[in-house]
Design a protein around this ligand. Structure first.
Ligand SMILES: [Fe+2]
Length: 132
């Protein structure tokens, strides 16, 4: 399980709140996978939520970086686009194969590793821009 901590702080309380929500949803997927085979409707709901929330969050965060003239803006935009590409490929497989545990497990570990590394290497660069 991933836990939000101060090292993830970006200087924007709203961005942080959105990161907490993303982490919570990724953890929810992990919990679902730890139990008995998750139902298709529960997976559909979670993946639809995650898919749309991530788009809303990326847009909001990118606007935030523009507003604060953060030098990481371009790098952030590219990383977001790459993640959306990975998610779209996963979604295609999910639609074709259904809620296979190994498929969901690979999304869960990919998303969990990605968000942790992305926040710590890119998003936190916003911090010095919001405080200067
Ligand atoms: Fe980001």
């Amino acid at each position: 399980m991933l836990t939000w901590s101060e090292q993830f702080a970006t200087g924007s309380p709203l961005v942080d709140t959105q990161h907490r929500m993303l982490i919570e949803k990724i953890n929810e997927l992990e919990k679902m996978l730890a139990g008995s085979a998750p139902s298709k409707s529960a997976c559909d709901d979670l993946l639809n939520f995650l898919g749309s929330y991530v788009v809303t969050h990326f847009k909001f965060e990118e606007q935030c970086m523009v507003r604060y003239q953060c030098p990481a803006h371009e790098q952030n935009k590219q990383a977001h686009a790459a993640f959306l590409g990975v998610f779209a490929k996963f979604k295609e497989r999910y639609l074709a194969e259904g809620p296979k545990p190994e498929l969901l497990r690979s999304l869960q570990t990919t998303a969990s590793d990605w968000i942790k590394n992305h926040i710590l290497s890119v998003d936190i660069k916003l911090k010095s821009c919001t405080t200067s």
